[in-house]
Design a protein around this ligand. Structure first.
Ligand SMILES: Cc1cc2nc3c(=O)[nH]c(=O)nc-3n(C[C@H](O)[C@H](O)[C@H](O)COP(=O)(O)O)c2cc1C
Length: 463
């Protein structure tokens, strides 16, 4: 750890990501439960709350993914609606933040602002919104306008969508509901909820119908890694959900994004960086490493290995032997519309197919790996592997070294996979003095150490 006696110990923020059926989850394990039944969400959320986690996180997938024109049933099949799940969870938890991914491309600001304000009321100040833009026209086909917005305009819409939502939330002041029973007066202001927003994307005015919510505004997350995405986060988000859980890449991402805050008049601690992270625990570090290897092979079955290979090669490889070497020919080049895999964000990472294939070949040859072994190596990593103490100390070191401000844990078993972490790693983090022993506040903002947003209308009223 970089020791700097003048720097106070950072607290480690912890959250839990409820995974879909994909190569993170070992859905076929006998211990795995349903990814749709409420009981799974309830158990998962209550484990996170038992571990005094900041929040639970739901991703969004708005179309069944396809590969080669057929449903890709090993990848996120069926995700229930975020608001429905989070509202139900609000009733069975008391402190846990409830973070939902909702895209700004296929929705309207009025309805999304209304849903999040409602969730913030129902949960008494625990709502958070992960604003994503979604990247593919394939998903857009499910919606009224279809995949109508080019990639380069999605963040432009995201920014104005969020600005509009903020205007709607700010259209009510804290004192607007007086509910004076004796005097027979319910509203304290004639202008409550009034808004008028006109720009290139939204031409709306009227009255917003949900009073000011406990957090003023839900906590805003961003997930996306392009230049535009990073600027959007630096300008407007309270936290980033990233995929950079490894030391060097995490440090680089952290420095890059935190370095962008000053130009928006913001301090470095106004934006938290929280990467997704998997973990495997064992009684010894060796045992954990062995378990991690076994889990990787469960996550990447022979069928999944072929699907991943097809995503890079961009062609049907159903006859390829997963226990043999890589195909002898090169990947098929194509634009986005011609990709064999549809609906999977990670496919976009293969921006230069020939170059990635050359790297894979070099690695397979150097390490004498079969196709499946190679896919296991290149498609995922267990971020934290070891005894509970090793994992706790590593997580703490990463946070103190500014690789991240905390982690959003993704267990490979749903819903019980969080329990070993809560039972064994959390107590060591507490012992190290970097994880709470009781919730700090009542709202998610308080627990994340984020300020309550200034309320323009309230300030005007008291000026
Ligand atoms: C860690 C991470 C998680 C994401 N999760 C989702 C998601 O659940 N649903 C979704 O539609 N997009 C998700 N995205 C993609 C976002 O929609 C993002 O807007 C998209 O990648 C385009 O932005 P970019 O070009 O800045 O990456 C995620 C992206 C990242 C980096």
């Amino acid at each position: 750890m970089t020791s700097n006696p003048s720097k106070p110990l950072k607290q480690v923020h912890l959250a839990a990501h409820f995974p879909g059926v994909n190569n993170t989850t070992v859905w076929s394990d006998p211990a795995s439960g349903s990814h749709i039944e409420f009981e799974s969400f309830r158990r998962f959320a209550q484990s996170a709350e038992r571990g005094l986690f900041d929040f639970m996180f739901l991703a969004e997938g708005l179309r069944l993914r396809e590969q080669g024109g057929r449903i890709y049933d090993l990848d996120v099949v069926g995700r229930p609606d975020t608001f429905t799940v989070l509202a139900a969870l609000a009733a069975v938890t008391d402190h846990l933040g409830l973070t939902g991914t909702i895209n700004s491309t296929f929705n309207e600001p009025y309805e999304v602002a209304r849903q999040f304000a409602s969730l913030d009321h129902l949960s008494e100040g625990r709502a958070a919104w992960n604003v994503v833009t979604s990247w593919d026209a394939f998903t857009g086909e499910n919606f009224r306008r279809g995949g109508y917005l080019p990639q380069d305009q999605r963040y432009e819409r995201a920014q104005t969508f969020l600005d509009t939502a903020v205007e709607l939330w700010d259209s009510w002041s804290p004192g607007d509901v007086v509910a004076d029973k004796a005097g027979g007066r319910f509203l304290g202001s004639a202008t409550a909820g009034a808004f008028s927003h006109h720009d290139a994307h939204f031409d709306i005015e009227g009255r917003f119908d949900v009073p000011r919510s406990p957090q003023g505004r839900p906590v805003i997350f961003q997930a996306g890694e392009s230049e535009q995405g990073r600027e959007f986060a630096a300008a407007s988000a309270d936290a980033i959900f990233s995929r950079y859980s490894q030391y060097d890449e995490g440090r680089a991402f952290y420095d890059d994004v935190k370095g962008r805050l000053a130009k928006y008049g913001r301090d470095r601690d106004e934006l938290l960086i929280l990467p997704a992270a998997t973990f495997v625990l064992g009684d010894t570090d060796e045992e954990a490493a062995e378990a991690a290897r076994e889990i990787r092979f469960q996550q990447v079955s022979p069928a999944t290995a072929i699907k991943f290979l097809e995503q890079l090669w961009n062609t049907d490889l159903s006859d390829h032997d997963p226990d043999g070497p890589l195909p002898s020919f090169d990947p098929v080049e194509s634009d986005v519309d011609g990709l064999i895999a549809q609906g999977r964000a990670s496919v976009r990472q293969h921006r230069d197919r020939l170059e990635v294939a050359a790297q894979w070949r070099a690695k397979a040859e150097a390490e004498n790996l079969t196709t499946r072994e190679l896919i296991v190596e290149v498609t995922g990593r267990q971020a934290f592997v070891g005894t509970p103490r090793t994992v706790a100390e590593t997580i703490n070191r990463f946070v103190q070294d500014d690789v991240a401000d905390g982690f959003i844990l993704v267990p490979h078993i749903t819903p019980s996979g969080l329990d070993p972490f809560v039972d064994t790693v959390v107590p060591i983090l507490q012992e190290l003095g970097v994880h709470r022993t009781a919730y700090d506040g009542t709202t998610l903002r308080e627990n994340l150490g984020l300020a309550h947003p200034d309320h323009a209308a309230a300030k005007r009223a008291t000026a």
